[in-house]
Design a protein around this ligand. Structure first.
Ligand code: FPP
Length: 252
């Protein structure tokens, strides 16, 4: 693996990088970014301070994945269940996304990254939808990496939407036999490879309604590190652990 512009020679990251096989990188990494509230609580800060620092982790991980040559990165940023949180927190999470887009749009585009918003986007505020639309349109033809951000997302809602889409295509004279490929192609993630590696931060052993169809054979990596502390070194540790797994897909 080329170390230039990525890790200081002799640093912990450089050593980790040496242990990673560039030929066996996960094509798609999905992340459940958890622990922002706990991170803030440990510092006696309001929960939103955790989300704010979580944005620094987002930036660091997007940049690291791009430099490593990861094809697809999907981040779980707001679930359909997260509306139950206090109004201030929900408002802050929406504002942070808009801020992130405004600040990072140029650099994401210059780095040839395609941005994709997945979830029930049509239910979000017009101002958020507008930012998401601008970002997606600007980067639509980029080929270096796909960054998908799951917003108002749940795996069950995604499958339900896919079934309804297939049903309306059937009614319009489409195929009557449904195959796995038809289902995959009707999800928000149509065209993306399934995640090879699913990372969850902050130690919880749950899937939390994330990419239920797509993670059938994903390798799951749970780290106690809280999302605002999760940076490139932790990503490299996750990839190194992934490369030690024996992926059998049900075979022997
Ligand atoms: C979970 O931590 C995190 C979230 C619900 C939101 C994550 C959002 C960001 C990092 C910012 C926006 C993202 C982008 C892509 C711009 P939690 O609040 O559930 O933490 P806890 O379990 O410790 O309470």
């Amino acid at each position: 693996m080329k170390l230039e512009a990525f890790a200081e020679p002799g640093s912990e990251e450089a050593v980790l990088l040496e242990s990673i096989d560039a030929g066996k990188l996960p094509r798609h990494i999905a992340v459940i970014m958890d622990g922002n509230g706990r991170w803030a609580g440990l510092r006696k800060l309001p929960r939103v301070a955790g989300h704010r620092t979580g944005i620094d982790s987002v930036r660091n991980i997007v940049e690291s994945c791009r430099k490593l040559g990861i094809e697809s990165l999907t981040l779980y940023a707001f679930s359909t269940e997260n509306w139950k949180r206090p109004r201030l927190e929900v408002r802050t999470l929406m504002r942070l996304l808009k801020e992130f887009i405004r600040k990072e749009m140029r650099s994401v585009n210059e780095n040839n990254i395609r941005f994709l918003a997945i979830g029930r986007i049509h239910e979000l505020d017009e101002s958020v939808r507008e930012e998401l639309r601008r970002f997606s349109e600007l980067t639509a033809r980029n080929t270096g990496m796909t960054l998908s951000v799951a917003r108002n997302y749940s795996g069950r809602a995604e499958i339900t939407d896919a079934v309804n889409r297939i049903l309306s295509e059937c009614r319009a004279g489409g195929p009557v036999i449904v195959t796995e490929d038809i289902i995959s192609g009707s999800l928000y993630t149509a065209g993306l490879p399934d995640p090879d590696l699913l990372i969850r931060t902050s130690g919880e052993m749950r899937i939390s309604n994330f990419l239920l169809w797509q993670i059938a054979y994903s390798e799951i990596y749970v780290t106690p590190t809280l999302w605002p502390d999760f940076r490139r070194k932790h990503l490299l540790e996750a990839i190194a652990a992934y490369q030690l797994r024996d992926r059998r897909y049900g075979g022997i």
